[in-house]
Write a protein that binds this ligand. Structure first.
Ligand code: NDP
Length: 263
């Protein structure tokens, strides 16, 4: 068995939603290192431009587009244009996501919908647009970025956990519905990874002491640390994007330093 070829993404096109920074950026760099051509989107022109600068710094040639994943027409048009210009989207990583840490009884239905729209309906929209294009090419890989909140709830996570739990089931449903078309749809459930999304949780308290949540994460994770997206997610995403995982479908791979096993 040739491990190099098994995990090679040479000649593949990978689209990472929300790939301008954070986990999406780290996973896209991992996919590029394995040989894939990388495409990404973000909401704003500014994010796309900043993302492109960061990719250049890393020596990765990426193409970025401002496009909101909740805008069904815009996503369908973008994917169709990309396929026209570059031939195919072989790998879709549904990574774009937001969080709202409001206690449930203080959260408006509108705020709840916004999270679900981005974190669950967004992946639905992107998968719906890419699946026919993948079927035409004989198959593809869809990787949904779930989270430990796909499995457990906690205070102030009503919208986020609902969306990520739903995303786990969307993953299984795509596998069930399109597995016969040679589409593998799996999820990655990252544990707590240090990014802009949770920066406030790592900030020291006004009196200079460690944030209790930061302490909780380190104590609760057998690995004793926050995840490092670049180090910890590249391998799992390349595995799920590559031929190595062709018989893996509808699974969620938790990358959490053991967090869920320690509850
Ligand atoms: P960041 O906030 O650092 O980055 C999120 C990216 O998604 C940004 O590029 C943002 O674009 C983009 N985005 C958000 N909403 C939309 C939208 N409607 N349309 C298009 N792009 C959008 O987040 P992370 O990197 O931390 O998180 C990425 C994913 O990983 C999320 O789904 C998150 O839930 C998940 N996750 C994160 C964990 C963590 O510990 N960080 C743990 C488990 C899961 P813009 O720059 O324009 O705002």
């Amino acid at each position: 068995m040739n491990g190099g070829k098994l995990f090679s993404l040479e000649g593949k096109n990978a689209f990472v939603t929300g790939g301008a920074r954070g986990l999406g950026f780290a996973m896209a760099c991992g996919l590029a290192e394995a040989g894939a051509a990388v495409f990404f989107n973000a909401r704003s022109e500014k994010s796309v431009a900043e993302g492109l600068t960061d990719y250049r710094r890393r020596g990765v040639e990426a193409r970025g587009y401002p496009c909101d994943v909740t805008d069904e027409e815009a996503v369908a048009a973008l994917f169709s244009n990309l396929c026209g210009e570059y031939g195919a989207i072989d790998i879709l990583v549904n990574n774009a996501g937001i969080i709202n840490r409001t206690p449930m009884t203080e959260m408006s239905a509108e705020e709840f919908r916004r999270v679900v729209d981005t974190d669950l309906t967004g992946p639905f929209i992107a998968a719906k647009a890419v699946i026919p294009l993948m079927i035409k090419r004989g198959g593809g890989k869809i990787i949904n970025i779930c989270g430990i909140m796909s499995e457990v709830g906690r205070e102030t996570a009503a919208a986020y956990a609902s969306a990520k739990g739903g995303l786990k089931m969307l993953t299984k449903n795509i596998a069930a519905e399109y597995g016969g078309c040679n589409i593998q749809c799996n999820g990655i459930g990252p544990g707590y990874m240090a990014t802009a999304l949770n920066e406030s949780l790592r900030e020291k308290m006004p009196d200079g002491t460690i944030n209790p949540f930061d302490r909780f994460i380190r104590a609760q994770t057998p690995a004793g640390r926050w995840g490092d997206a670049a180090e910890d997610l590249a391998g799992p995403v390349v595995f799920l994007a590559s031929k190595a995982s062709d018989f893996v479908n509808g699974q969620i791979l938790y990358v959490d330093g053991g967090f869920l096993s320690y509850l």
